[in-house]
Design a protein around this ligand. Sequence first.
Ligand code: ACO
Length: 315
Amino acid sequence: MFNLEIIGSGVATLKNKYTNNDFKKFVDTSDEWIYSRTGIKTRYFTEDENTSDIGYIAALKAIEDANIDKNEIDLIIVATMTPDNFTPSCACLIQAKLGLNNKKIMAFDVNAACSGFVYALEIASNMLENYKCALVIGSEVLSKIIDFTDRNTCVLFGDGAGAIVVKKSLFDKKMLFYSNCIGDLQGKLIAENINKNGNFTYLKMDGKEVFKFAVNAMEKSINYILEKLNIKLDDIDLIIPHQANIRIIEYVCKKLNVSIDKFYMNIAEFGNTSAASIPIALNNAIKEEKIKENSKIILVGFGGGFTYGSCYIEF
Ligand code: ACO
């Protein structure tokens, strides 16, 4: 259990909005098929910006929202599975873009696919024993690894970035984490950057297998927090799940016997933005005042790897 506080959050606003009908230009699909199976209506794609560019925008907004001097930041962690480069990391690029090169800072990326933000937040929380102020960012330009001729995958994803600033709390604000992983050698959800032949391969997914994994991972991650804290779902004000598919969330609601209103969702607008989905949803929920002073929430992520995990936060 950590005594920590999220003091600011921000999201990069992308202009390039694609509706489901826009995909008819690329593949044989329909708004009805996509919306009824996923809950997605639109998603955003960057034009020329890369992952560190939109991560930087989200970071700037989070710093502004936190109302701190950017020089207070001494730790930058970026969760992404679509970094600009193998090296330098997006975290190092964002440090430079923020003009913090002369500061003593630790900066690095974490790749845990769609669970990346929850993983990164747990890492930051542990490190805040020795660091003062962490910038934790989820940023993805998934359009770099999407095959726009594959209707099974291209309609599901979007680009995006969200960021938060986290510090040790002067008040009694608790955070608790659960992280787990089931290594998959069968490529059920895989995007090879460059394979041994030097060829690039796009993201591929066995949708039904991912669905089965996701519902179990979500249930287990939420239940871990409830059991560890000896609380019930009624004690939680809001659950912010990774925004992959509304049917995954509906299925989990049935398993947990809880109303879907307990879950925050913005998948209809953003699609699945992988590691960016939870910080974008968190920011939107705060701005919409669905999270207020003293709210108790759970973040829950699941993704390629397979990775999964959750985070309990007191506001
Ligand atoms: N438009 C029209 N038809 C399509 C499309 C599309 N965009 N995509 C697939 N189809 C077709 C397939 O070709 C197939 O046709 P066929 O039967 O003639 O071969 C048919 O639709 C498959 O339909 P369903 O079996 O009904 O598809 P399903 O209900 O499994 O839905 C989906 C697919 C949405 C991917 C589902 O498996 C799912 O939700 N999986 C969870 C995975 C997920 O959400 N992943 C997100 C990324 S992973 C992550 O974030 C962790």
